[in-house]
Design a binder for this molecule. Structure first.
Ligand code: IPE
Ligand code: IPE
Ligand code: MG
Length: 249
């Protein structure tokens, strides 16, 4: 798509940087329904969804997205049957093992947002290794939201800040929006410009609550395993047509 040039491309039109979101969020939803439609177990949908995650991530890096945040597992997803949760944990491990082995040359900087302490020790170990391998990379930042909840993140920030106040490191007057943002998992990153939710559900489901105050939302009636790079292009084209006012005129 001609409008979306990679950063540093000399032929790039001046407005290209402005119309491509710097930070894109994706709620990877609809795996279960995708499988059900085919008479398959929900886990089959998660497997195809995970493969699609790799395709879409690479595409985002290629077209010049600077930050991509994908919602992989919410703080509420623990409510699911244990067989489904175990299947998802197995997929996470598989993805991280493959990434460490096969994607050594990728310049994607993988980060994790959410309370990763809740995961098994072998998964936590893989998360640590991935963080370590990626720490000096300079390409697209990929935030994988795992055991992530917007409310949980906000509470965590409140606890950290109140501790600083009680220890005299910070005064109440110094608690600004900026200071608050610095205590979130996404500290130092721009707010998401666009969040895409495939699967047709019209809700936030606890994703990036603080950060998405002025984010554009695009809901698409496509289940995540079926979501293609062409669907992403269509969403990006729609985003480019939006008029963002941030409360101004
Ligand atoms: C998203 O797909 C994956 C996770 C939440 C881990 P779902 O599993 O929610 O699929 P649907 O929404 O039931 O179709
Ligand atoms: C949101 O999807 C979480 C992820 C995609 C990881 P859910 O399927 O959990 O959300 P609800 O239950 O439909 O709101
Ligand atoms: Mg769902």
């Amino acid at each position: 798509m001609a409008l979306f040039f990679k950063k540093g491309d000399s032929a790039k039109p001046r407005q290209a940087e402005r119309i491509l979101p710097r930070h894109l969020g994706i709620i990877m939803d609809g795996n279960g329904r995708w499988a059900k439609k085919r008479g398959m177990p929900r886990s089959a949908g998660h497997t195809v969804g995970a493969a699609n995650f790799k395709t879409i991530t690479r595409y985002c890096a290629k077209i010049g997205i600077e930050y991509l945040t994908v919602y992989a597992f919410s703080t509420e997803n623990w409510k699911r049957p244990s067989a489904e949760i175990n299947g998802l944990m197995k997929l996470f491990k598989q993805y991280l093992e493959e990434s460490l082995r096969d994607f050594r040359d990728d310049d994607i900087k993988v980060r994790f947002i959410g309370d990763t302490e809740a995961f098994s020790s072998d998964l936590r170990q893989l998360i640590e290794e991935t963080r370590e391998v990626c720490k000096d990379r300079t390409g697209m930042v990929l935030n994988i939201a795992m055991n992530y909840g917007g409310r949980d993140e906000i509470l965590r920030a409140v606890k950290q800040i109140s501790q600083k106040v009680s220890q005299g490191e910070l005064t109440q007057e110094e608690i600004t929006e900026e200071v608050f943002s610095r205590h979130l998992y996404t500290a130092g990153q721009p707010d998401p410009d666009l969040i895409i939710r495939p699967s047709g559900e019209q809700r936030i489901s606890n994703f990036l609550l603080w950060q998405s105050a002025y984010t554009e939302y695009i809901i698409m009636d496509i289940l995540w395993p079926d979501f293609t790079t062409a669907d992403l292009d269509a969403a990006l084209a729609e985003y480019a047509r939006r008029n963002r006012r941030f409360g101004g005129v």
